[in-house]
Write a protein that binds this ligand. Structure first.
Ligand SMILES: *Cc1c(COP(=O)(O)O)cnc(C)c1O
Length: 234
């Protein structure tokens, strides 16, 4: 087996054992392979061991790597997880099924506009700032609630809002990491009560170093790069 397949299988085992230990349902946590800065060959290797869900940060890079392999393998599912400038949204909605990094209300208008042009419904996650060092995301709960209430009024027929994404601070202090993820879970619970008709069931949290803690705190989607593909060469 290749090293990437080894890593994937080890991480999936680990996810399964944390699910078991925390009373979560088996396979309730999805594994998104973050392939940013890694070449197409590595993505193809991951595909060979049935990893179909990928994440990329930059639209330009995703456009260079993904269209050709998507054409050959329709099961590939790409999420955009990085900060998105408005002029990149057009390509982002073409190539991905989910934009995890919606961090301002204005982005919704542009996503709706571009999706309606190509008649596509896209899933979005709202990125929320819960960690000291993360640079992006909604920083204010009121803005987040406002974004959800606009979605709730059916202003964006081509957008399926599906809860939240966050990044924990880069620290060895596990308490701080727990706190960051539990903050997101608490806000999600509140929003679900307030907007029972919205499909708010995805919590995208956890990366290579902290996905165990994230799952303990209720993550449904972990975004793992380094632990699958190795160190990135920037
Ligand atoms: C790069 C990145 C990841 C993956 O980080 P690793 O530490 O390599 O697992 C996850 N989420 C986002 C938003 C990222 O930018």
């Amino acid at each position: 087996m290749s090293e990437i397949c080894d890593n994937l299988s080890r991480i999936k085992d680990e996810i399964n054992s944390i699910e078991l230990r925390t009373g979560r349902q088996t396979n309730s946590v999805k594994l998104l392979a973050v392939s940013k800065f890694h070449p197409v060959e590595k993505i193809i290797e991951a595909l060979s061991c049935n990893q179909f869900l990928f994440g990329e940060n930059r639209v330009q890079e995703a456009m260079e790597k993904f269209p050709a392999i998507i054409e050959k393998n329709l099961k590939i599912d790409l999420h955009m997880i990085g900060v998105l400038q408005s002029n990149k949204i057009k390509n982002a909605v073409k190539i991905s099924s989910c934009i995890e990094s919606v961090n301002k209300i204005e982005m919704l208008d542009e996503i709706e506009k571009q999706c309606s042009k190509i008649d596509k419904i896209i899933t979005v996650l709202f990125e929320y700032h819960t960690g000291e060092e993360s640079k992006s995301g909604f920083t204010n709960e009121d803005d987040l609630l406002k974004a959800l209430s606009l979605c709730n009024e059916n202003l964006y027929p081509h957008i399926k809002p599906n809860c939240f994404m966050t990044m924990a601070p880069f620290t060895d202090d596990k308490k701080l990491i727990h706190k960051s993820f539990s903050t997101l879970r608490t806000i999600a619970e509140k929003c679900k009560k307030q907007f029972p008709l919205l499909p708010l069931d995805e919590l995208s949290m956890g990366m290579s170093n902290d996905f165990d803690i994230a799952i303990e705190e209720g993550s449904t989607l972990v975004r793992v790069g380094t632990a699958i593909f190795g160190e990135r060469e920037y």
